[in-house]
Write a protein that binds this ligand. Structure first.
Ligand code: TYD
Ligand code: MG
Length: 456
């Protein structure tokens, strides 16, 4: 009788070892090794022959002779998805979509499957066919060639794939798949690695795009070995705040396009809806001008976006003042407060500071600094900022306002939305013709100048 083969795998990089080790020799992480059953009984022999049978013999080809048309893209009706993928779904690509549970990954993929007027195979290991049907009915979309299957065995999936020959395949959660060539449980390091490898071969050999959904661990990384992100061509992250309806699709890795792209959706009772004009939604519609709010002209990916920032500064009731921020880095907030205190003499030491970015969107663009600083001063002094003012600039440690990239795009967007004034860094004025825009450009060099020009 053949014996059970077990091995230890690193959770981080997927390296294997015949015995347990405390520190992974390949990625130097501690305590990442887990034991997994690889092959029970006689499957080892079977596995080897299967591997050999599946090996494609490749021959060297001259680069001039490869037809570039081979990587055509499927352009979907979903503009946001096209954008994050760099202009459409690339044939033969393997795309991984990660995100927190309940954020809407399955909904997004099902909608894409239903939107395409192509043959689609939607494989789900998490939901039954009826449940998928119910979801499809909610979104109100239909595709006459969308096949749904509840299956977790990769070989069965491949069998049906070969019969159906779909134009696109979606696999709902790599963590539920299992390859019959391994005996470890679904979701284990070796299974994820093996299944992802099999799917990658399938995508490349049949030149069919394959989407896989992946779960996310507590610390926000995709569950399973880090290696998974190396195997796939594109990694997308679906994120958002549970208390808000906005969802952001972000590119983390893309072999066929830029990684700074971003798609915005809104989750409604009827599924996810694309948001093509985010600025108009992220600016709150208010009747009167209130203190503590300022509008930032930011750029996310390639798109300019005007976002409202809100600050509340109040006297600390308890001994230690509180600082809290949603959608913004807390350490950066502390830094901005320190700059205001040191350079302009504002006293934030004994106040509670709360900061909020509209829509629960997390902004990485440093150009939002100037709006945050203005919102903080506005709330502290209780002076409202006129609603036709927006700001774009990075604040440095010595209180200087630094230039930000693509300023003309930001100004044009503010112009389009009817703003009358924009405050930018004076270092951004080079090569900028103020006559090109209807709104008035205020160039400032220091936080003190901002105070003088905006609040007095
Ligand atoms: P789902 O796609 O199941 O999330 P995931 O696959 O990432 O775990 O999303 C489920 C959530 O979306 C659920 O909380 C309900 C909500 N939802 C809507 O608000 N409207 C809809 O039309 C649908 C289908 C779901
Ligand atoms: Mg799901």
């Amino acid at each position: 009788m053949a014996k059970v083969k077990k091995q230890f795998f690193c959770n981080n990089c997927g390296a294997s070892s015949p015995k347990w080790v405390g520190k992974c020799p390949s990625c130097n992480e501690w305590n990442t090794y887990v034991e997994e059953v690889l092959v029970k009984g006689d499957k080892k022999e079977e596995r080897r022959t299967w591997r050999e049978a599946n090996q494609r013999k490749a021959t060297p080809v001259l680069i001039q002779e490869i037809k570039a048309g081979d990587t055509q893209r499927i352009v979907t009706t979903d503009e946001e998805l096209n954008r994050v993928l760099g202009g459409g779904i690339v044939n033969g690509s393997l795309v991984l979509i990660g995100g927190q549970p309940g954020i809407g990954k399955s909904t997004l993929m099902l909608q894409i499957a239903l939107e395409l007027s192509k043959k689609v195979l939607y494989v789900s290991g998490e939901e039954s066919e009826e449940q998928i049907k119910m979801r499809a009915e909610r979104t109100g979309m239909s595709n006459t060639e969308c096949y749904v299957m509840n299956e977790t065995n990769t070989q069965q999936i491949f069998k049906h794939f070969k019969e159906l020959k779909p134009a696109i395949m979606v696999v709902d959660s790599i963590q539920t798949l299992s390859s019959p060539h391994l005996d470890s449980t679904p979701g284990s390091v070796s299974q994820i690695r093996e299944c992802a490898g099999e799917l990658q071969r399938l995508a490349k050999e049949t030149n069919t795009p394959v989407f896989i959904i992946g779960h996310i661990t507590k610390d926000g990384s995709i569950a399973g070995p880090k290696l998974l992100e190396h195997i796939v061509d594109t990694v997308l992250q679906f994120e958002g705040d549970h208390h808000h309806t906005y969802r952001i699709l972000r590119t983390i890795k893309n072999r066929f396009g830029s990684t700074s792209e971003l798609g915005i959706y809104e989750m409604r009772g009827t599924g996810l809806h694309q948001i093509s004009n985010p600025s108009e939604l992220l600016l709150s519609q208010k009747e009167e001008e209130l203190s503590g709010s300022a509008v930032a002209a930011t750029i996310e990916g390639m798109r300019p976006m005007l976002i409202e920032t809100q600050a509340l500064v109040s006297t600390a009731v308890y001994g230690t003042p509180q600082r809290s921020a949603t959608g913004f880095d807390l350490r950066r907030l502390s830094m901005l407060l320190a700059v205001l205190e040191k350079r302009c003499g504002f006293k934030f030491g004994m106040t509670d500071v709360f900061l909020n970015i509209a829509g629960g969107i997390k902004v990485d663009d440093p150009a939002i600094d100037l709006a945050i600083v203005s919102a903080l001063i506005s709330s502290l002094q209780d002076i409202a900022i006129p609603s036709d003012v927006c700001l774009a600039g990075e604040v440095g440690l010595s209180g200087e306002i630094r230039a930000v990239n693509r300023i003309d795009q930001r100004i044009r967007e503010a112009d389009r939305l009817g703003f009358k004034h924009i405050f930018i860094s004076k270092y951004n004025m080079k090569g900028l013709d103020a006559n090109d825009f209807n709104l008035k450009i205020h160039a400032i060099g220091k936080v003190e100048e901002l105070y003088e020009q905006l609040f007095s």
